[in-house]
Ligand binder design. Structure first.
Ligand SMILES: *Cc1c(COP(=O)(O)O)cnc(C)c1O
Length: 361
């Protein structure tokens, strides 16, 4: 049986993109962000592919994600970006030797309540301007004092997160870098600032550790630079197939709300993929899809299980032909822009109904 909707994940592309991270930030160690099922690509296969090429650490959002990797025998150090959420999690995280990003005093208290002998590895997360998580910058000296009281803790370093690194002319990034560096002047510990946009556009953020996510999956975080320009290869290709081809007269309306009107007698294709698979319903008429190497526009609303497309430029299209929603030859960033969102959200939005196939394992 041929699966209806297939997400093909090219693990060689993921390894290539990791090599590109190292090329952009040759002095830094790499903590690859594989939270949220590796941005929808599948945490375990992605972790294995990265581990086999050599990556210094993995970053996940939460304990459950870290445990899933350990259960799959991933040996690389794992960082919990949101830290621990309860006393129970503090115990588990210490037992499993996960590195805990501590962003607040209440988390510190949970760790301080552990037995002296607990092997705790921590990062301190600082708020340099994102204003989401992190200790205020004026607390760094007192955090160092807390570390002195806990000589058995393993201190990994300091991290902060950039709010606007994808906006090349926004002064906020430079301000964040300067404030972070100033707050840490003379203090021990590694520094980590850069997400993908930082790695690509702000060399001064590279520091001791970089934390690439999106670029590992081969998408560009920068609005004016394509992934190909940046030397990245798309890892995910989402495809389905043509299940109907029909001719309609000029003036006929297509699909729910009849939002597309045929301008002439024309051929409309029906593709077996919809918003229940993760293709955003908000995608408008004109959004491109790839049919036999030709870009053609969507014609009519995305429905739950199907989309309809304008086949006028591919007269040889036939039932069963593959239709690509995004991936090689049609960047997810382009489709995301049509939906008013980002490739991040498209990747994370694929549903259980999509069949995953791993290439170059
Ligand atoms: C997700 C995440 C990253 C990776 O961000 P990208 O924009 O995908 O490169 C880096 N740091 C933190 C704290 C994150 O949560």
């Amino acid at each position: 049986m041929i699966p209806r909707v297939i997400a093909t994940i090219d693990l060689a592309a993921i390894q290539h993109n990791l090599a590109q991270v190292r090329r952009y930030a040759p002095q830094s160690r790499v903590m690859a962000a594989i939270k949220a099922q590796a941005y929808g690509h599948g945490a375990v296969p992605v972790a294995r592919a990265l581990e086999s090429t050599g990556v210094d650490a993995f970053a996940v959002a939460c304990l459950e994600e870290a445990i899933q990797l350990r259960q799959a025998h991933i040996k690389t150090p794992i960082v919990l970006l949101e830290g621990i959420l309860s006393a129970e999690e503090a115990v588990l995280a210490a037992d499993e030797q996960f590195q805990i990003a501590v962003h607040d005093h209440w988390q510190l208290s949970l760790l301080e309540a552990l037995p002296e002998s607990a092997e705790v590895s921590i990062w301190f997360k600082l708020d340099s301007g994102m204003h989401r998580l992190g200790f205020p910058l004026n607390e760094t000296a007192s955090l160092v004092e807390i570390l002195k009281r806990r000589p058995r803790w393993r201190f990994m370093g300091w991290m902060t997160h950039l709010a606007c690194a994808d906006e090349l002319n926004n002064p906020a990034t430079q301000q964040q870098i300067e404030k972070f560096n100033a707050a840490l002047k003379g203090l021990p510990g590694a520094r980590s600032i850069a997400n993908s946009a930082g790695i690509l556009a702000w060399p001064e953020t590279h520091g001791d550790w970089v934390r690439p996510g999106l670029m590992i999956y081969g998408a560009s975080p920068l609005p004016d630079r394509s992934a190909a320009d940046l030397g990245l290869r798309a890892a995910m290709t989402l495809e389905s197939r043509l299940i109907a081809i029909r001719e309609y007269d000029a003036g006929e309306g297509i699909g729910y709300g009849q939002t597309y009107r045929c301008p002439e007698r024309m051929s409309i294709g029906v593709v077996a993929v919809g918003y229940a698979d993760g293709v955003p319903r908000i995608l408008p008429n004109g959004t491109p899809v790839l049919v036999n190497d030709t870009l053609v526009p969507m014609a009519g609303r995305v429905s739950m299980d199907m989309i309809t497309i304008d086949l006028r430029t591919v007269p040889n299209a036939k039932i069963g032909d593959t239709v690509r929603l995004w991936g090689e030859g049609l960047p997810a960033e382009v489709i995301a822009a049509h939906a008013g969102t980002l490739a991040y959200e498209l990747f994370c939005g694929l549903t259980q109904r999509v069949q995953f196939v791993y290439k170059h394992f």
